[in-house]
Design a protein around this ligand. Structure first.
Ligand code: SF4
Length: 358
């Protein structure tokens, strides 16, 4: 019964891409079939990315105060979410924040700003930051995410040393207008196309849990395949209080795993990145998810906190993977954490006056 997912992988490896019906089958696998789905997707992950995990680090250059109305976003116009709001970081602080991510193990820095899109002055500002960062860290890979691009901006970023440009499609074309009205799906495709035409590596992904159907999730993935996205961040909606999607809770850890497996099956050789909402929605299945996806963000997200960066690295090591581009000796030859192992002593429950941990 579960052999059909392995057959799907065999077909992909033999050169037959997955079709929409098969992608829906992956999304609708039963709990009993879940491990078979992971195993089938993991074969593709191993073939294209071996035992490596790409580690990315976000620097939010400008936070909140956005005039757009994306329903899922804590930085949107009218958002009452209690997030950090600030205008452009100075160049020194931006470089310092990026360097912290590199020291933590990241190899790619994602420089993000809120807003509909940059002015030419904003692009120059980001170009200066990227120049300064690359001078100190010549091997760093930089992805910019500044919103909708206008004529000449992608080329200016490329010339400044930017390697990739992120602009997510977020959802299917057929669902787009339910989640944002201040720009169109076509605007989003246009910006990804501008990045491709300028020779930047296109990074574009989605957010699951926005009220879309299975068919729409598959539609979004096929659109990303069509656009040629090199890296595909898969976000799971974090429903901030004070946004229109406050209280929306459609995802389970198993559902998230199936979505990642479907993405891997549809785009077998592309970077599938577990993005925002990883800890909140995958919870104890984060490790299994790494056997399907090959990329994560280290530490915090744009406006929310992630788990401790050290826990991210531990997650990678514990599941038998290595950080792409990292010095293999950094964590000891057997991959054990150098941290101490003295157990925390119990001070609650039986024999104490404090409540039990139950
Ligand atoms: S997703 Fe971007 S464009 Fe949309 S509201 Fe948030 S910051 Fe603004």
């Amino acid at each position: 019964m579960t052999r059909r997912f392995d057959d799907l992988t065999d077909a992909v490896l033999a050169g037959t891409p997955v079709g929409p019906d098969e992608a829906i089958d992956v999304l609708r696998a039963t709990d009993e079939e879940l491990l078979a789905v992971v195993t089938a997707a993991a074969r593709l992950r191993r073939k294209h990315f071996g035992n490596t995990v790409k580690v990315n680090y976000l620097v939010n250059l400008k936070s909140g105060l956005c005039p757009e109305d994306c329903h899922y976003c804590s930085q949107r116009l009218g958002s009452r979410a209690d997030i950090l709001k600030y205008s452009w970081l100075g160049p020194a602080e931006a470089v310092e924040q990026a360097a912290a991510g590199l020291r933590g193990g990241a190899t790619r820095i994602c420089m993000v700003s809120s807003g509909r899109g940059p002015t030419d002055r904003d692009v120059d500002r980001v170009a200066r930051v990227v120049g300064a960062l690359k001078e100190e860290h010549p091997d760093v890979e930089v992805c910019a995410c500044l919103g909708l691009l206008k004529d000449g901006q992608a080329e200016r970023l490329r010339d400044a040393g930017v390697d990739a440009y992120n602009h997510n499609l977020n959802t299917a074309e057929s669902h787009h207008d339910h989640i944002v009205t201040s720009h169109t799906y076509a605007d989003r495709v246009d910006t990804v196309t501008r990045a491709v035409d300028a020779g930047l590596s296109p990074c574009s992904g989605l957010i699951a849990g926005l009220g879309e159907s299975d068919e729409q999730l598959v539609e979004a993935l096929f659109a990303l395949r069509e656009l040629g996205a090199d890296s595909i961040p898969v976000n799971f909606l974090m429903p901030f209080d004070g946004t229109p999607l406050e209280g929306t809770w459609e995802l389970t850890p198993g559902r998230c795993l199936r979505i990642l497996a479907m993405a891997r099956m549809v785009c077998p050789d592309k970077e599938i990145r577990i993005a925002g909402g990883r800890e909140m929605h995958l919870r104890s299945l984060q490790g299994l998810a790494l056997h399907v996806a090959n990329s994560i963000f280290l530490g915090d997200y744009l406006t929310s906190e992630g788990q401790a960066a050290e826990a991210d690295l531990e997650l990678i090591r514990d599941n038998g993977f290595v950080v792409l581009g990292a010095d293999a000796s950094a964590h000891g030859p057997d991959g054990r954490s150098p941290a101490g192992h003295d157990p925390a002593k119990r001070r609650r429950g039986a024999g104490t006056d404090l409540p039990a941990n139950a």
